[in-house]
Design a protein around this ligand. Structure first.
Ligand SMILES: Nc1nc2c(ncn2[C@@H]2O[C@H](COP(=O)(O)OP(=O)(O)O)[C@@H](O)[C@H]2O)c(=O)[nH]1
Ligand SMILES: [Mg+2]
Length: 309
């Protein structure tokens, strides 16, 4: 089970195993293996920490990669499937396409043959079919679906309907039957990271990114941008490469447009004459978006629990 934070991985794990064994709604820090009998099969699920939805992979917590690799190696000797959680309550833009690809690069090119896109938040589909949704979402999501050999499944983690899990297991079995299991060997293509032309600067930036990441994780939990900004003079040294920036004008993205508008306001509010302020603004913008995604999900959750839906 992989995907960005708050994409419903832990909830999906619980849903599939029909037990509250993963901590949904909390940040998953370490992989967690749980198993159970589902529809007569022994199912083992590895829950993993998520990456950010908006930040480039370079800002991940330091042990995210090693945790995912651990999960892969623990599953290597049995038929396995990688479920990539993609929540349906939010858009999958070109930015998410890049972040997803970036975050999965270290698993090598072969990984995509073993992925099923697990659309979580199935309740957000409303009356639409998933095919209509994929059609209306535009190129980035279609790219993902094609990349995964058109394998996908919708899961509403709040619904008790049994057939959604049965169908998922059938799709997983079908995939495993026509495909070997996923494992990483030493002969695998070394995972080429992004272009490293400015090696020295890059190293310096990497150290800085590490410090920022640590801070970021604290702030993600605490939600206090002001302190983050005050304690982070180091941010001024970090530069975002072009490839890591948010795409401009991706097709049909209302969310994107809304955020661009908000971004402009931030820029106006904070027109400091400081060399780092541009980067600071970018950091702030990304963090704000991570938070607002989290809030939107919590709102859905409270509405469901207390709103009598
Ligand atoms: N509406 C809705 N909310 C969900 C669904 N799955 C998960 N959530 C909520 O999304 C939030 C994040 O879920 P979680 O399982 O922790 O995601 P993770 O970070 O990917 O493990 C939690 O508040 C869940 O209650 C779903 O299918 N529908
Ligand atoms: Mg989780």
């Amino acid at each position: 089970m992989i995907g960005w934070v708050f994409s419903g991985k832990s909830a999906a794990g619980n849903r599939i195993l029909r037990a509250e064994v993963f901590q949904s709604g909390e940040r998953t820090l370490k992989i967690l293996k749980q198993s159970g009998e589902v529809e007569g099969r022994e199912v083992i699920i590895m829950d993993t920490p998520g990456w950010f939805k908006f930040f480039p992979a370079g800002f991940n917590p330091p042990d995210l990669k090693s945790e995912i690799l651990k999960a892969v190696s623990l599953c290597s000797y049995s038929p396995n499937v990688i479920l990539l959680a993609v929540p349906l309550d939010t858009s999958f833009t070109d930015e998410q396409r890049r972040v997803t690809e970036d975050n999965m690069r270290f698993l090598g090119q072969r990984v995509w043959r073993h992925v099923i896109v697990l659309f979580t938040f199935g309740d957000a589909l409303g009356n639409k079919t998933i095919e209509q949704h994929i059609e209306s979402e535009g190129q980035p999501l279609r790219w993902l679906i094609e990349k995964c050999g058109r394998r996908y499944h919708v899961l509403d983690n709040w619904s008790n309907a049994d057939n959604q899990v049965t169908e998922l297991l059938e799709k997983m079995e079908e995939m495993v039957a026509g495909n070997s299991s996923f494992y990483l060997s030493e002969t695998d293509d070394p995972q080429p990271e992004e272009d490293r032309s400015e090696e020295t600067n890059q190293n310096k930036d990497e150290d800085t990114a590490k410090e920022i990441t640590e801070q970021l994780m604290i702030e993600w939990d605490r939600r206090n941008w002001k302190e983050f900004k005050g304690s982070s003079s180091m941010i001024t040294r970090v530069t975002f490469s072009k490839g890591e920036q948010r795409s401009e004008g991706s097709e049909g993205e209302e969310e994107e447009i809304k955020h661009q508008h908000e971004d402009n306001q931030f820029l106006e509010l904070e027109s400091e004459d400081d060399a780092g302020s541009d980067t600071l603004n970018k950091m702030r913008r990304l963090l704000e978006r991570e938070w607002s995604r989290r809030e939107a999900v919590m709102e859905l959750f409270y509405k469901r629990v207390y709103g009598g839906e």
